[in-house]
Design a protein around this ligand. Structure first.
Ligand code: ADP
Ligand code: NA
Length: 350
């Protein structure tokens, strides 16, 4: 079997929000106790949808600061910036030649982000999942904590790994670089592992505060749609008070949230922030109005987020410190990625 390795990445674009925190960063923190973890600021991904960014460096530092302020230990684990390790792009090129265009065309995130004018989207936006597969597999990563929105991309990473393993099966044997694994019931001699998504948890997808059917996202033009990690208590309070709801009281059981996406989202956020199930939260708040529930949610969100916000501000004021952490992480990541690429070159026959 492959040695377990946790890998995940966050793009340095726009403000980090509560969805990123509950869907990703908080899981990154929890996984450190029992795993070898690599957490990456994926700057190469950030130029796929929009090429030119104001203050990209500042954005990169702010993601690193958010990781560390949330409790990631950059000495025991690895925190770095993707472009510092050129092997990500190198392996992505090889994966571009493994993956099929039809696989990419089916990605719902591509369809969403490309919009109507698909012919005019960047080639990088289409190939994004291939780079994401390379990010993980250049470390032969086995586990990926992400939000539910990334599930389809991880399935594609498995398809790429599987096709590489099968297409090069003889060379993998000949170079002695492979590992025997089971894929379903099928024994495979694999160079790349089949990555496992880690999507579970009470809030796999946090929805917009303005529309319970859309995910909370950095790219939503309405700032009222999301709670940013850098928001102060007053702003958090305003956004939750203005969050869209329906006129009914909260149900006393989770079943009663069906067909009420806004209510379900707010209860889900409360549950995730307090490490409880939705059912448990409803056993406390069932029958109450949003006018009672929202202030409780404000208090909870401020209690959880304000120490993180304060620490992020402190770290971001010390850019030399953040840059040193990223440089050190980049060197350690590069050493591992170089080893993989030397083996991949042997397998391909370069
Ligand atoms: P965004 O979609 O806001 O641009 P990213 O694509 O950079 O954010 O996602 C970074 C991480 O945060 C990923 O693991 C992703 O699954 C997670 N994530 C993003 N938005 C949400 C959300 N609304 N709910 C849960 N997780 C999310
Ligand atoms: Na995303």
């Amino acid at each position: 079997a492959f040695k377990p390795l946790v890998f995940s990445g966050v793009q340095p674009t726009g403000n980090l929000h509560l969805g990123n925190y509950l869907g990703a960063i908080r899981k990154f923190v929890a996984l450190q106790a029992d795993n070898d973890c690599i957490y990456c600021v994926v700057d190469l991904h950030s130029i796929t949808a929009q090429l030119v960014h104001e203050d990209l460096k500042g954005q990169i530092r702010s993601i690193a600061a958010a990781f560390i302020a949330s409790g990631i230990d950059p000495e025991k684990h690895i925190v770095f910036n993707q472009s510092a390790v050129p092997q990500h792009a190198e392996l992505a090129w090889i994966f571009n030649c493994v993956a099929r265009i039809g696989w990419m065309n089916r990605m719902t995130q591509f369809k969403d982000k490309a919009g109507k004018d698909r012919e005019n989207a960047s080639l990088g936006l289409l190939a994004y999942p291939s780079l994401m597969a390379a990010d993980i597999l250049v470390y032969r990563g086995t586990h990926v904590p992400v939000g539910d929105d990334q599930k389809q991309h991880l399935e594609l990473a498995r398809d790429i790994a599987m096709k590489f393993n099968l297409d090069f099966r003889d060379n993998i044997r000949a170079t002695g670089t492979g590992v025997d694994i089971l894929v379903g019931d099928e024994p495979v001699h694999a160079y790349f592992p089949m990555v496992e998504p880690m999507i579970e948890g009470p809030a796999p997808r946090v929805m917009s505060l303005r529309d319970g059917t859309k995910k909370m996202s950095k790219s939503d033009p309405s700032d009222l749609s999301r709670i940013n990690l850098m928001d102060d208590a007053e702003t958090i309070s305003k956004k939750i008070r203005k969050a869209k709801t329906d006129p009914e009281a909260l149900p006393s059981e989770a079943e009663g949230l069906k067909g009420r996406p806004e209510a379900e989202n707010l209860v889900g956020i409360y549950a995730a922030l307090s490490d409880r199930s939705k059912a448990d939260v409803l056993s406390e708040f069932g029958g109450q109005q949003f006018s009672t529930f929202k202030p409780a949610l404000v208090d909870l969100a401020v209690t959880v987020l304000s120490p993180i916000t304060a620490e992020m501000r402190r770290l971001m004021d010390d850019t030399a410190h953040i840059d040193a952490i990223l440089r050190n992480g980049g060197e350690r990541a590069r050493a591992r990625a170089e080893k993989t690429m030397a083996e991949v070159s042997d397998i391909i026959g370069f």
